[in-house]
Structures are given as structure tokens and as C-alpha cells.
Design a protein around this ligand. Structure first.
Ligand SMILES: Nc1ncnc2c1ncn2[C@@H]1O[C@H](COP(=O)(O)OP(=O)(O)O)[C@@H](O)[C@H]1O
Ligand SMILES: CC(=O)N[C@@H](CCC(=O)OP(=O)(O)O)C(=O)O
Length: 286
């Protein structure tokens, strides 16, 4: 490389670093909850980039918490086992047989894939579900949905212990019921409950669209409660976007400083959202 090119590269790097500095100071010690949706979990390469970003966050003093989904992976396993599955307003109707598959896929395959990716990047990922150390206790959300849970009691102390040890929690959205039941929690709902219990600084919901779209298909970069309510009423926010916007609103109302719905397919989506002025996706405000 020519000396002139090297200088240019060096100047670009220095500019990038100095523009990131105020953000690094702002996020030092911050708790950032990142929900990685099943649709946003791409190739091994995309998972590697995601894991590298998360490990970098930890290295610069942020406490990242990963909460994951895995809807498409559950669908694939249910199909293999020839178990039919339906969704109502973005939530899976979950009978006892479905619940077993959900727990196997989420706490097993999906959780460990993320943990392993983080560890391969030099982090210390620890896989949990809401059952571990009583992190999430649930009640039944709606009898028509079967074993779908609504978080009713949270004990995030295990997460604080992991932060102290420089570890990165990776959480499957499964909860325990008061009578020994196992509940399936929508990934967005679980992420919101964890962010609220931790009084997180940021909640990022990573998905497979560039943000919340209006009736004309354009991404709305900032939404208030009234916008979400109107867009849901008008059938513009449907399916899997319903639990996301519900979660985002509940989180900011309960003290999480900001919540953004972000396109997880974009390389370095987490870093772009946290460390640039323009951010990415749709920010939800109370
Ligand atoms: N108004 C909207 N704007 C953007 N996406 C929407 C909207 N309404 C519904 N969706 C759907 O929500 C999906 C994201 O939810 P979901 O499939 O549950 O993703 P994830 O697996 O990331 O949780 C998008 O792929 C899109 O099809
Ligand atoms: C109750 C409910 O719907 N649970 C979800 C849990 C996984 C999830 O939320 O996955 P995504 O984030 O990839 O959509 C399900 O069974 O699919």
C-alpha cells in the first residue's frame, strides 16, 4: 500500500474512532438488551458478524444481553414431526406437544448456536432460559393460546452476577409457571420484560424488515404510542410486528430509555444503531 493511501486509511479510522467516542462514554456500563429474531438469524457469516459486534460491546464496557427468538426453526421442526401450528396475533397456539418442541429447539439448538458464535469471537456467552434462577415466572396469557405465557414475576439477579463476571447472557424465551408448567413466551415479549426488569438503557429488536412501515410501505423512523395504536387499528401493523410494537411501547413506558426496531439483516446493525447519529430502523417513544 502507498504511504498516501495508508495515511488516508489512518485518518478515516481516527475520524471513525473519534466520532464514536461520545457514544462510548454514553454507553459505558450501560445495559443493552438485544432481541435477535429467528428471521434475522441469517447465515453462519451473519451470525459471526452479530457475535463479533456483541463481544465488541462487552469489550468497550457495555453489558449486552441477548434474548432470541427462533420461530422459523420451531416451524421447521414441527413440520418434520408433522405437528400443525397456528398463530393468533403473532403468537403461536401452544399445546403440550408443541411446547416440548419449542423448548427443545429454543433452549437447545438456537440458544447454543448463539452462545457458540459469541464464544468463537472471544466472548464468554452463557445460555439460559427464563427458567434458570427464576429469571421469568409466567401466568397463562390466554386459555385459547394454550401454554403461551405472560411474564408475571422477574428475578434478574442472575444477569447481574453474569455482568460482574464479564459474561454475556443469551436467553431463550421460555418461562416457568407457578405450578411447574412450562410456558412459551413470544421472544419480543420476553426481551421487553427482561429490559424492564433490568431498567435497561436500550432495547433493540432485530428483525427482517428495515423498520415499521406505514400504509405506503415506507419505514417510519419515529413512532409515538398514538401512531402505533392507529397503525394497529388500521391493519398496517399486523402479525409478528404486533408483539414487537406492543413490547417496545411497554418497555419505554416502564423506564427503558429507548427502544428501536432494527433491520438485523444489515451487517453491523447493532453497532450502527448504537454508535451513529442516524441510527437505523424505527424508534418507539412513549
Ligand atoms: N407495519 C409493518 N411494518 C413492517 N413489518 C411488518 C408490519 N406489519 C407486519 N409486519 C411483518 O412483521 C414481520 C416481523 O415479525 P416476525 O416475523 O415475528 O419476525 P422476528 O422473527 O424477527 O420476530 C415482518 O417480516 C413483516 O412481515
Ligand atoms: C408465543 C410465541 O409465539 N412464541 C414464539 C417463540 C419464538 C419467537 O418469538 O421467535 P421469533 O422472534 O423468531 O418470532 C414461537 O413459538 O414462535
Amino acid at each position: 500500500m502507498k504511504k498516501q493511501d495508508m495515511n488516508r486509511d489512518w485518518i478515516a479510522t481516527a475520524e471513525t474512532l473519534s466520532s464514536a467516542l461520545p457514544y462510548l462514554q454514553r454507553y459505558d456500563g450501560a445495559i443493552v438488551v438485544v432481541k435477535l429474531g429467528g428471521h434475522a438469524m441469517g447465515s453462519d457469516e451473519a451470525m459471526e458478524t452479530f457475535a463479533r459486534d456483541i463481544v465488541l460491546l462487552r469489550q468497550v464496557g457495555v453489558n449486552p444481553v441477548i434474548v432470541h427468538g427462533g420461530g422459523p426453526m420451531i416451524n421447521a421442526m414441527l413440520e418434520k414431526l408433522q405437528i400443525k401450528s397456528d398463530f393468533v396475533n403473532g403468537k403461536r397456539v401452544t399445546d403440550a406437544a408443541t411446547m416440548e418442541v419449542v423448548e427443545m429447539v429454543l433452549s437447545g439448538v438456537v440458544n447454543k448456536r448463539i452462545v457458540q458464535a459469541i464464544n468463537r469471537q472471544g466472548g464468554a456467552g452463557v445460555g439460559l432460559s427464563g427458567k434458570d434462577a427464576n429469571l421469568i415466572t409466567c401466568t397463562q396469557a390466554d386459555p385459547d393460546l394454550g401454554f403461551v405465557g405472560t411474564p408475571s414475576q422477574m428475578d434478574p439477579s442472575v444477569l447481574h452476577h453474569l455482568f460482574e463476571q464479564d459474561m454475556i447472557p443469551v436467553i431463550a424465551p421460555i418461562g416457568a409457571g407457578p405450578n411447574g408448567e412450562t410456558f412459551n413466551i413470544n421472544g419480543d415479549t420476553a426481551a421487553g420484560a427482561i429490559a424492564s426488569a433490568l431498567k435497561a438503557d436500550r432495547l433493540l429488536l432485530l428483525t427482517d424488515v428495515s423498520g415499521v412501515k406505514n400504509g405506503a410501505g415506507e419505514v417510519v423512523t419515529e413512532l409515538k404510542a398514538a401512531d402505533v395504536e392507529a397503525m394497529t387499528r388500521d391493519g398496517v401493523i399486523i402479525g409478528g410486528m404486533i408483539p414487537k410494537t406492543e413490547t417496545a411501547l411497554a418497555a419505554v413506558r416502564s423506564g427503558v430509555r429507548a427502544c428501536t426496531i432494527v433491520d438485523g439483516r444489515v451487517p453491523n446493525a447493532v453497532l450502527l444503531e448504537l454508535f451513529t447519529d442516524h441510527g437505523a430502523g424505527s424508534m418507539i417513544r412513549p
